[in-house]
Design a protein around this ligand. Structure first.
Ligand code: C2E
Ligand code: MG
Ligand code: MG
Ligand code: MG
Length: 279
């Protein structure tokens, strides 16, 4: 009986593997057409000065609205885009869209765009960014790129070169999801970052978890010593905001202030100078 049950379980496992594979292949071919069909959109999430409550920037977050599957999360489609090579087209498109949207915002705040490690390793990021800025007429001082730690594995000279070109242009660079990956402390001064985004997993522990508080405090002190701005990701509670501000963290981003919203909504928030969640 046990053997029979085992066999059934394997059959079930294979069937669900097959379903996952079919879904995956389907997403892959659908993603190929998504840009042309206008299914890719950009949402914007405000970043807020913890001391004053002013919006200091907005992060562009890619959205895929599939006609029958609904919203496909970036955690699902970005890895597929990376494996199929579609990521470059998507990144170039988001940069262009974000620059065009930002140039019309009622406050001259920067827009931050996420770039994938693969984009950076291709060496095309500086020319993609410059093309987006020029097409929109957006000054480089209003453009920032967010890079996750995995981009530096192997300390690729192509990546260093891309960073140097971006900084020479006046484009800001943020190290995203800090604390989750492989970035050693050494990377912080070896690469020309302007901003350090502290991962949500540390923010979650604030203010009750003493370890998370200690880590945050040392990261904030370290960042300040290196002349980097600190942004805390995933701020959801007023107690987190208060504790982060007390630790000296500069900026917060999270549902407490606002979820990612469409461009029209952000436009209205910036015009009214208040956020949905806090106003
Ligand atoms: P990320 O760059 O770290 O972006 C922050 C993520 O946290 C976003 O998820 C945002 O919606 C979510 N978030 C913000 N505030 C809160 C909060 O208070 N609580 C919680 N639970 N979550 C919060 P999203 O939009 O699903 O994006 C996930 C990841 O996908 C991003 O993480 C980024 O790594 C990647 N991604 C998104 N858009 C792009 C893009 O245009 N290009 C690339 N290469 N990656 C992107
Ligand atoms: Mg990001
Ligand atoms: Mg992040
Ligand atoms: Mg994150």
């Amino acid at each position: 009986a046990a053997q029979k049950q085992g066999r059934r379980r394997i059959a079930h496992f294979e069937a669900s593997m097959e379903a996952a594979l079919v879904r995956r292949l389907m997403l892959e071919s659908e993603l190929n057409a998504a840009l042309d069909r206008g299914e890719i959109e950009v949402a914007y999430q405000p970043q807020v000065d913890l001391a004053t409550g002013a919006v200091t920037a907005a992060e562009a977050l890619m959205r895929w609205r599939h006609p029958t599957l609904g919203a496909v999360p970036p955690g699902v489609f970005i890895p597929i885009a990376e494996e199929t090579g579609l990521i470059h087209q998507l990144t170039a498109w988001v940069m262009k869209r974000a620059a065009l949207d930002a140039v019309a915002w009622p406050q001259p705040i920067p827009v931050a765009v996420n770039v994938s490690a693969l984009d950076l390793q291709s060496g095309d990021v500086p020319s993609m960014a410059v093309a987006a800025l020029e097409a929109a007429g957006l000054p480089a001082s209003r453009f920032e790129l967010e890079v996750t730690e995995s981009a530096f594995v192997g300390a690729d000279p192509v990546v260093s070169e891309a960073f140097a070109r971006l900084r020479a242009r006046g484009i800001a660079l943020a190290l995203d999801d800090y604390g989750t990956g492989y970035a050693s402390l050494g990377y912080l001064h070896r690469f020309p970052f302007t901003t350090l985004k502290i991962d949500k997993s540390f923010v979650d522990g604030v203010p009750d978890d003493a370890d998370a508080m200690a880590i945050l405090q040392s990261v904030v002190v370290l960042a300040r010593g290196l002349g980097l701005r600190t942004v805390a990701e995933g701020v959801e509670l007023p107690e987190q905001r208060a504790a982060l501000a007390a630790l000296g963290c500069d900026i917060g981003q999270g549902y407490l202030f606002a979820a990612p919203v469409d461009n029209c909504t952000l436009h209205r928030m910036l015009a009214e100078e208040r956020l949905a969640a806090t106003g």
